[in-house]
Design a protein around this ligand. Sequence first.
Ligand code: ATR
Length: 485
Amino acid sequence: MSIPTPPAGIADIGVTGMAVMGSNLARNLAHHGYKVAIHNRTAAKTEHVMAEHGSEGQFFPSESMEDFVQSLAKPRVAIIMVKAGAPTDSVINQLADLMEPGDIIVDCGNSRYTDTQRREKEISARGLHFVGAGVSGGEVGALEGPSIMPGGTPESYKRLGPMFETISAHVNGEPCCTYVGPDGAGHFVKMVHNGIEYADMQVIAEAYDLMRKSLGMSASQIGDVFARWNATELNSYLIEITAEVLHQQDATTGHALVDMIQDAAAQKGTGAWTVQESAAFGVPATGIAEATFARCLSGDTKERAAARQALPANTQMVAIPDMNAFIEDVRLALYGSKMVAYSQGFELIRKGSRENNWNVDLGAMARIWRAGCIIRAQFLGHITDAYTRNPDLPLLLADGYFAGEIARVIPAWRRIVAYAAQTGIPIPMFSSSLSYYDGVRAQYLPANLIQGQRDFFGAHTYHRTDREGTFHTLWAEPGRTEVLQ
Ligand code: ATR
């Protein structure tokens, strides 16, 4: 069966790539009254979408890319939702060959922001607009209202923005979509969002592990705790679904399903990208790094087996006199670690924005994450407030609200980290986030010694605490120091 050519210039917007995310985005647009051109490399998928969902709105399917492009009203807007990497490049080129100056190509996939920067350069040289847009919220979000983070030119946002804002999630009438900044800004922010998502999931996993290993609680009992926590400062989509995951029973064994799932976490790479970028930009995003490496460690089954055989625990029993007080301590340790991870993630966005001249509004990023996306939470409103109070806030944690919240959780957080260290429960994010906290607020760090070592072996020089200038010491000749500048 072949699809007849649709009328020219009929559609407000088009989507190519009719896998679940693409078709759901197209359906969302159609549900909001837009005329949507749809296309897929393999026409059967387009026909399937028409058969299943054609009655939900005004769709204009095409079999060929040529038909798809000519069916779009000018200036044309075509969204690409295909496999990231080479397939995306191939589709961009096919579209660019068929489009005219002023038309807009939008990549809504999870592209690396440096790819988006490269593509934007190539496409804008041809007179077209290229928008890399981060879309978060998974399949349901794409259909019912995602959080959308579009980059590209401000001109392209004039045409695209109203449609994206309409189909995005809303909080109190405010869309979870805003113009992020030029070229790769949208995909950069989406990448950090995903890194924070890794961190959010890891702190939850550490809290679960503490409760099951220290208190021997069942999955469903821990699920009850998470359900209660969802009515506290921790209220969020991820806490909510954690309760549901823990309550789920396995149909075949009758056990808690989570107890039947292998403890080896997978990843698609955005966490690792975030870690790479944080290292490249010199931002200590330790929470996201620990979360990413915790997944790597979990998947190292051979290494774990070897370590289990060879390495002693040497742990100590520590009594827990009050189970409820312990659980509350765990909650507060989770909250403290979460605040650290978010603070670090926002520093990474600030640094990325500064280095690339994107001028990203940090408060607005927190605002568009309040709904639609995986890390959606009330908590994000406090981040927006902090950056509204002071757009140049040097560190999110140093904002008055967050400083107060951290002060409240610190004693509990220290108790939990000490408990886990003594009893041998791995809590990489809880403990490293606490160390970060103590490091960032420390009057002195031992970096003076590191500078001394560097100068000793490599004449890397150092600065003094009492005088201006750059110094190098001739370490073999005590007392002899050269002033270099
Ligand atoms: P995944 O499920 O891993 O995200 P996929 O299902 O293989 O990836 O592909 C997702 C979408 O990208 C599909 O619409 C696919 O088109 P087909 O249905 O024809 O396979 C599209 N896609 C993948 N590679 C493509 C390419 N080189 N050119 C155009 N579209 C491509």
